[in-house]
Design a binder for this molecule. Structure first.
Ligand code: FE2
Length: 427
């Protein structure tokens, strides 16, 4: 038997060890122990973790890597970030956005990300961001799945031209309907915006992903409307609520009614741990609220949850390295999910769960899936999170597209030159 790529002696995220993975014509053809085949490329994983790629279900690619342009966010708040973005928007050209986005995509791929869902601001009558990111989507298609959400940053009703712009963006090919109900002028406008946007998505057969209740307001109720409209319109499984931070401040009795409503609607949940631990609780003195939605409780109710990175070096967040393991680590800490099972689940929240949110059908480590994988310098998912493990090899459709040299122990008492990393690629 001859194959294009053979990975030997891998540990899989589900705990299986000593597994070989054969790939042909861009797809996984077999996962078994002891595969013997002639291979164009052989990778000896040496018992280290081979995972499907990381998936980032929530990002803002039109703003990324713009840090300091035209100025820095002094207060560090969400609202100053939105104001600062409003200053930057009219100054940037299509080329500016394309250049920054392509740089970010290169970084993301080197960090083992295989798919990104990015919101793109449509509150700009020229639709500069939409034009730029649709171009980027085409340019990166062979190495990164980029899904775009039409995002009315200034409010679909609050901004006078947002409704027209959103429809134009969808006509141009943007994949998902976005929203920001908590930014509309009133709670009633916010609820009406959820209804309007869900009906629009139902008419067009599109998914929905809304920034929803991204505040500390315990009385914000837009996720309730989002769940209700999802069920009413038969959109179960196709609607995501991003952030949902107000849930951390809501009354417990109310939440005991809300979570079953969300489960009934099969709402997809996207917390963004790095950003919300930074942005929420800004009106608190002490104690300060953590500002992350109720991850363990939503998980226990059977909802699908994927962690997003949201921002890297932009008006809202000045740090970030496209490292989904960093995102998983912050989510784990803020949610206090420290059991072995919960930490392993946090790895799934930046891989499989997020792939489900994005509807990536050929994703995963199974025969028939596209041969997309990451070889990590770690023995298991928990170690990968703990170490922010080096991405030794990133594989797309059966081809190695990025490699990073292993970290080497400074003091190796065994006397072996590279005891931490026995993996190697044999071409
Ligand atoms: Fe966001």
């Amino acid at each position: 038997m001859t194959v294009d790529l053979l990975l030997k002696n891998a540990t899989l995220p589900d705990g299986r060890t000593g597994m070989d993975i054969a790939c042909n014509d861009g797809k996984i053809t077999a996962i078994e122990s002891g595969i013997t085949a002639e291979a164009g490329t052989t990778i000896d994983a040496a018992g280290q973790l081979v995972s499907p790629p990381f998936v980032d279900p929530h990002f803002h690619m039109d703003a990324t890597l713009s840090l300091g342009n035209p100025r820095l966010n002094v207060s560090g708040t969400l609202l100053e970030g939105i104001a600062l973005w409003g200053e930057l928007k009219p100054r940037q050209s299509i080329d500016d956005i394309v250049t920054r986005a392509l740089r970010y995509c290169d970084l993301a791929v080197s960090m083992g990300i295989g798919a990104i869902r990015s919101h793109v601001d449509i509150c700009d009558d020229a639709l500069t961001g939409v034009t730029a990111l649709l171009d980027v989507q085409k340019q990166v298609a062979s190495y990164l799945d980029l899904q775009l959400v039409a995002f009315p940053q200034d409010g679909i009703f609050r901004d006078p031209t947002a409704q027209d712009n959103l429809i134009r963006a969808l006509d141009m090919g943007v994949d998902v309907v976005g929203g920001i109900p908590h930014f509309e002028r009133t709670m009633a406008d916010g609820a009406a915006s959820v209804t309007y946007l869900c009906e629009l998505a139902a008419e067009r057969g599109l998914p929905v992903d809304m920034h929803c209740d991204e505040s500390d307001d315990p009385l914000s109720r837009h996720v309730e409307t989002l769940a209700y409209e999802t069920s009413r319109l038969g959109l179960q499984g196709r609607v995501a609520g991003s952030h949902l931070t107000s849930m951390h401040s809501m009354d417990n009795y109310y939440v005991s009614k809300l979570i079953p409503l969300m489960a009934e609607a099969d709402l997809q949940v996207i917390p963004n741990p790095l950003i919300n631990i930074m942005l929420q609780g800004r009106h608190d003195t002490y104690p300060k609220r953590r500002g992350q939605t109720r991850v363990p409780e939503l998980k226990a109710a059977g909802l699908n949850i994927g962690f997003g990175s949201d921002c890297v070096m932009d008006p809202w967040y000045s740090l970030g390295t496209a490292d989904m393991l960093d995102v998983a680590s912050m989510g784990l800490h803020v949610a206090q999910m420290g059991s072995r099972a919960d930490m392993t689940w946090c790895f799934e929240a930046v891989t499989e769960n997020s792939a489900k949110i994005m509807g990536l059908d050929d994703y995963g480590l199974r025969p028939g899936c596209r041969a997309d994988m990451v070889l990590l310098q770690a023995d298991n998912p928990i170690e990968a999170i703990r170490l922010r493990a080096t991405r030794l090899a990133v594989i797309r459709a059966g081809r190695v597209i990025a490699q990073t040299p292993p970290k080497i122990a400074r003091l190796d008492l065994s006397g072996r030159p590279n005891a931490l990393n026995p993996a190697k690629i044999i071409s």
